[in-house]
Structures are given as structure tokens and as C-alpha cells.
Design a protein around this ligand. Sequence first.
Ligand SMILES: [Mg+2]
Length: 227
Amino acid sequence: MKKNKKCGQQVNSAVCTDTVGPGVVKAIIFDLGNVLIDFDHRIAAQRIARYTDKKPEEIFILFFNSPITALFEEGRISAQEFFREVKKMLNLKLSYNRFLPIWNEIFYLSQKNKQIYDLAKRLKKSYKLALLSNINILHFRYLKRSFSVFDAFHYIITSFKLKVCKPHPLIYQKTLDILKVSPKSVFYTDDRAELIENANRLGLRGFVFKNVEQLYEDLKSTGVNIN
Ligand SMILES: [Mg+2]
């Protein structure tokens, strides 16, 4: 028995079932935030600070790391309910209609994003391409209206529709069901390491997204053909 680099576990290389090469990967899953579209929650926190007595740092913590935001991303509360809770939490002097653009306008496209979009379009010709995002309905609608990145994908899979967020195993299981593929035939990249760790436990071929060059290397290492 020897350590097989590709398998990452003690196996006899002759019977390793986790080898890679052309034809192994059937589907490719990309994360959205900070991979395909960049964002910065601090932009909203700064703007919201004008309408409350709380500091941007407090807003950031209360707002973006709160259970209410998690519920919103899981699609368990409506946009109006989310706003009511946020308003209470921050003692916000702001109407829903004025809150909406502040909440939404945190996204932008970087050079990196554009390169990944181009890559996704090329991969779409030969692989099932999916976008898998932890996202709330307001951000999703806003992005669909404002950014033309979604046409690079066959499947757009969102936490608020599936009612579960990454890294819960259920969201990966549901994604595999939608794509009709086995975990081992999936290449998955996401900028958050803990999400990749959980996906890999389920057998997906997950790679932490660092930059475009690394992504190309990781795709090639699993035998993905980039035309
Ligand atoms: Mg992300």
C-alpha cells in the first residue's frame, strides 16, 4: 500500500477508484460570490450607518452575520420580514424602498470575474455547468437584472430556493440530484475553504478558489478539457 497522491488516502494504486483523467468529470459547479461576481458588504454597512446610531462595524456584525440573514438566505423569511427585523435590530430610520438599493448595491465585476465568466462559457460546451450560491431573493433578483453572467450556466442553484445553505450536506445532495451526476464526477470550486471541506466529505472533487491561474491548474488536474 502506498499513498496515492490523486486519491489522498492509503490505497493500492492499482485498485484506486478515485483516479482522475479525461472523461471523469461530467459536471462543474462554480460558486457565485467572490468567484463570478465580487461583493463587499462593507459598502452597505457604511451607507446604512447614516440611518442608525450604530457604527459600520457593529452594523456589519449585526446585519451580515446574524441568524436573521441566514434565515433570509435559506428562504425561510420573506424580504419584507427580513427588512422589518433588520429595521428593529439596527433601529433604522429608513423605508423599505430606500433600504433596497443600499442592500443590493454591494456587487461589482473585477477582471478576475470576467476571466471566470469566459472560462465558464467555454466549459459549458462540454460539461454540465452549474452555479451554486448561498444567496437571498433580493440579491438574486438584483444580480439577474444587473449582471449578464448567468447565461454561462445550464443550472442556477440557490440556497433560498432549496431552503438550505452551503455547507449543509443536503444542498450538495440536492445539487447532485438536479445535475443527475455522482459526487465523483463533479468538479466544484468555492472561495470558502469550509464549504469545500464539507463537499469533499461527500465525495465531490472540491477545490478552494484562489485565483484564475489556480483554477485552470485544478481543472486540468482532474482531467477537465478546456477548449
Ligand atoms: Mg463565495
